[in-house]
Design a binder for this molecule. Structure first.
Ligand SMILES: Cc1cc2nc3c(=O)[nH]c(=O)nc-3n(C[C@H](O)[C@H](O)[C@H](O)COP(=O)(O)OP(=O)(O)OC[C@H]3O[C@@H](n4cnc5c(N)ncnc54)[C@H](O)[C@@H]3O)c2cc1C
Length: 314
């Protein structure tokens, strides 16, 4: 596979049987059969066309901060977008950011320019692409409210542009969570503000996490979405599950919706603990918790560009 991808003219880095655990914030998971970091958008389109033509399953990796990779790893191609496609341009109060740019780096660049609107992003350790996919947010703040346009490559390598409405942003979701393709850039609308004030608000968002969340340990952030009218952490805590452990995965004693890796935690440990917490919360409160993180394991993603849903359905 390595040689076959290289022969297409793909010029980014390629690694076979590459460890994925260090590329996720949970520090969990087996290897990728092939890990490739495209050098630019053309390179990305080349890799997608190759995978489509060869019938190779493929997935996209941002900063791995909302992701659980199976202990067996994944077959096929993993396209790593972090730190590639990471350009950033400003035009007045508009920013155009590549999908591989770090989300906190974008927030910091906006603060430095006196542009307000992304202060909440300071402590969200994803990429811009991952933040689009997940509509990353913090309480009432959501990235989708700031995004005006998303540039997206479909599984066949064709470019599409979606306005905010077409992105179908929702609570920690967007159309891109199910559509097969790659977010390559986002256009973001900001507001003029005072740089010092924006910077101190950005810092405040980061600092408030340090007192409420176990940011010193590997995790994926919140394990479950917020159930209507309640908090997953409150329900888990009320079940007496803080500190509960399966192997080296623990329900954080600091914040019950964070499951931390104490060292040698596995994906199987996570899935077992998640299932137990779901069961107990359902039994005690009748609430079905919904998982926020993505899981790479089991079923392989569909591989053909012609399986992409109709893009003209707006
Ligand atoms: C300590 C901590 C705190 C967190 N706090 C928050 C928070 O306050 N709010 C919040 O919303 N989230 C939070 N998160 C979760 C996470 O940071 C966000 O969901 C983030 O947006 C994920 O981005 P990523 O680049 O890491 O995506 P990844 O985890 O790499 O990927 C997530 C999914 O998106 C897909 N994907 C990623 N990039 C692309 C792309 N360019 N094109 C197509 N598909 C892509 C992947 O295939 C995968 O399915 C937190 C996580 C941690 C570890």
């Amino acid at each position: 596979m390595f040689e076959s991808l290289r022969q297409t003219g793909f010029c980014g880095e390629i690694e076979a049987e590459a460890a994925l655990a260090p590329l996720t914030t949970w520090r969990i998971g087996g290897p990728a059969e092939l890990l490739a970091s495209p050098a630019d958008e053309d390179d990305l389109a080349r890799a997608l066309a190759w995978a489509d033509g060869e019938g190779v399953p493929w997935r996209v990796l941002g900063n791995g901060s909302n992701l659980l990779v199976s202990d067996q790893g994944v077959r096929g191609l993993v396209l790593r977008i972090r730190r590639v496609l990471d350009q950033l341009e400003f035009d007045g109060t508009t920013a155009r950011a590549g999908a591989g740019l770090s989300f906190p780096a974008l927030a910091n660049a906006c603060a430095s320019r006196g542009l307000a609107g992304l202060e909440f992003a300071g402590g969200i350790p994803g990429t811009v692409g991952g933040a689009v996919i997940m509509n990353a947010g913090w309480h009432e703040h959501e990235f989708g409210n700031r995004v005006t346009e998303v540039r997206w490559l479909d599984a066949g390598g064709t470019v599409h542009s979606f306005n905010r409405k077409e992105c179908r942003f929702g609570y920690r979701t967007s159309r891109f969570r199910s559509d097969r393709g790659v977010v390559v850039a986002a256009t973001i609308q900001l507001e003029e503000g005072e740089s010092g004030r924006i910077r101190s608000q950005t810092d405040m968002f980061v600092d408030s996490r340090k007192t409420n969340q176990p940011t010193h340990l590997p995790s994926c952030g919140s394990v479950f979405l917020k159930p209507p009218g309640d908090f997953a952490g409150r329900l888990i805590d009320a079940c007496g599950l803080k500190g509960r452990r399966v192997g080296d995965i623990q329900v954080s004693p600091m914040h019950a919706n964070f499951f931390v890796n104490l060292g040698r935690g596995s994906a199987d440990n996570v899935l077992e603990l998640v299932a137990e917490v779901e069961r107990q919360v359902r039994d005690q409160f009748g609430v079905d918790l919904v998982r926020e993180f993505e899981y790479w394991g089991g079923e392989e993603p569909s591989v053909r560009g012609d399986q992409v849903p109709d893009l003209l359905d707006e």
